[in-house]
Design a protein around this ligand. Structure first.
Ligand code: HEC
Length: 123
């Protein structure tokens, strides 16, 4: 209930004023997991995140994306795994849709894949 109230408030304010976090998704790395940066993570990040979160972008080109949250390399992803999980991934405990702010947005199935890939340590 508290969470729903908080989310309602966030929607009323601007995202930047809010700086909100979602919930950890509780995703687990499945024993049969096959997702890698090469076959999943890179295209996910390139499609949905690097317009703003890229080490090649500065100033206004980042559209407000915070420093040290750069997803144009797998190393950048691995540095903020928990933050990404809480902003954009889905799993048994939460479906987080705070990021990306604008279209194109990933499907829930893609968000679940993201959660699993992150839970495996973004291999
Ligand atoms: C249109 C630009 C844009 C896109 C695309 C975008 N972001 Fe963001 N991101 C932002 C901005 C702006 C903030 C700062 C928001 C705030 O402080 O409320 C942010 C903040 C974040 C944070 C830090 C939150 C924190 O304070 O811990 C994470 C993690 C994040 N984004 C992940 C992602 C991921 C993952 C994707 C792709 C699925 C993505 N973002 C796509 C603009 C973007």
């Amino acid at each position: 209930m508290k969470l729903i109230l908080a989310l309602g408030l966030c929607a009323a304010l601007t995202l930047t004023a809010c700086g909100e976090h979602g919930e950890p998704t509780g995703s687990v790395c499945p024993p049969t997991q096959t997702l890698t940066y090469v076959n999943f993570g890179k295209s996910f990040m390139d499609t949905y995140c690097v317009d703003c979160h890229s080490s090649t972008k500065t100033g206004a080109a980042r559209h407000g994306a915070p420093a040290f949250h750069d997803y144009d390399t797998v190393e950048g992803v691995r540095q903020t795994i928990e933050h990404i999980d809480e902003q954009a991934a889905a799993g048994p405990n939460a479906v987080n849709t705070i990021m990306p702010e604008d279209a194109p947005k990933p499907t829930e199935a893609e968000r679940r894949q993201l959660g699993e890939w992150l839970a495996c340590g973004a291999p």
